[in-house]
Design a protein around this ligand. Structure first.
Ligand code: FAQ
Length: 311
């Protein structure tokens, strides 16, 4: 790649300018973006499944209406992100094929089962909470279409997080059985939520370069620490116990120290060995195949319209 183009690109990024689809960019920058944005899109789409399972079982009409809206929002986020990735020269078909063939990654978090209604509350509180922590800085990511997509996504995620925390509050202040469910959900979702931020910085192959190119604005460990610091007091307010015996306020660093994450589990889930990974992929492929007629009908309609316009 011509050095003067690389230098000019690096200078623009360093000056906090947005890079736009038709601008020159190093091939490795393009590839990293396609990787991250498509994984992010897949996460939004697969992320609909654990919650979608509970739409018919939501405990009230109000909860059902909220959950329906939330799941639809996630579909919107996924489509937004696929569009952003398409501006980099990859096609929607390629990305979906990569997901369905098991080649593409998506967030580890969606490979855990949603066993009770409290899991839906915990997902809103913790999973959307972690997602926002990661996505707010991405509103300033160096690639324009990705940054702009994040603005809207963050507004919606923030509603998701609040509704989750509100649902959790009701359970935590409810009957003994409801409190037990809330605590059990926190026990199961806490560690997987911390894993959402990715491997520790010294084991993260992409962080250094992505930080230099300002694709990532904060590192995995920085964001994980912020998430712990914000979330622990919320758990205390709920009267719930974070399942970590090593959790302790560290006055000197002005943040919490926390226990070791089980990275063996993380890498196993990344490899596709998560507790419900097979079910998730099967649900995606079934939806794709069973709804092929919708894509065919849309194509047929388009062809008829084009033929009519040409006549
Ligand atoms: N799961 O070098 P790094 C949501 C992979 S949205 C699976 O640190 P990077 C909304 C990583 O891809 C949640 N794989 O990588 C919602 C890389 O693999 P590769 C998704 C993971 O990219 C809520 C390798 O490990 N959010 O939840 C994970 O610099 C509720 C090495 O890692 C985003 O995608 C993981 N947790 O940093 C929906 C945000 N962590 O490709 C429904 C955008 C790492 O080299 C309900 N993405 N890996 O083979 C990012 O910010 C970054 O991509 C990170 C990873 C931070 C996820």
């Amino acid at each position: 790649e011509p050095q003067e183009l690389v230098d000019a690109f690096e200078a623009r990024v360093a000056a906090d300018e947005f890079i736009e689809p038709k601008d020159w960019m190093p091939e490795a920058y393009r590839k990293t973006l396609v990787r991250q944005i498509s994984q992010h899109a897949h996460s939004e789409i697969v992320g609909m499944l654990p919650e979608g399972n509970w739409i018919t079982r939501a405990p009230s009409l109000r909860r059902k209406a909220i959950l329906l809206a939330k799941v639809q929002d996630e579909a919107g986020h996924g489509l937004y992100l696929y569009c952003a990735a398409e501006t980099l020269g990859t096609s929607r078909e390629e990305m979906i094929e990569a997901l369905h063939s098991g080649k593409a990654k998506y967030s580890t978090i969606f490979n855990y089962p949603t066993l009770t209604w409290a899991d839906i509350a915990a997902i809103g509180w913790l999973v959307d909470g972690a997602a926002i922590m990661n996505q707010v800085p991405l509103q300033r990511t160096s690639y324009g279409p990705y940054a702009r997509a994040m603005v809207r996504v963050c507004k919606e995620e923030s509603f998701h997080q609040r509704q989750g925390y509100e649902a959790m509050t009701v359970l935590a202040q409810g009957t003994e059985e409801q409190k037990r469910m809330a605590q059990d959900a926190l026990n199961r979702w806490w560690w997987p939520s911390l894993m959402m931020f990715g491997p520790p910085d010294d084991k993260s192959p992409n962080t250094e370069r992505s930080m230099r190119w300002r694709i990532k604005r904060e590192t995995n460990d920085e964001l994980r620490q912020k998430f712990v610091d914000i979330t622990v007091p919320q758990a205390e307010f709920l009267g719930l116990t974070v399942p970590d015996e090593d959790l302790a306020w560290n006055e000197e660093k002005g943040g919490y120290d926390f226990g070791d994450i089980d990275w063996e589990e993380f890498y196993a889930v990344v490899r596709g060995e998560g507790p419900v990974a097979k079910e998730r992929m099967k649900a995606r492929r079934d939806a794709w195949e069973q709804n092929a007629w919708v894509r065919e009908a849309a194509d047929a309609h388009e062809a008829k319209k084009r033929a009519a316009a040409a006549a």
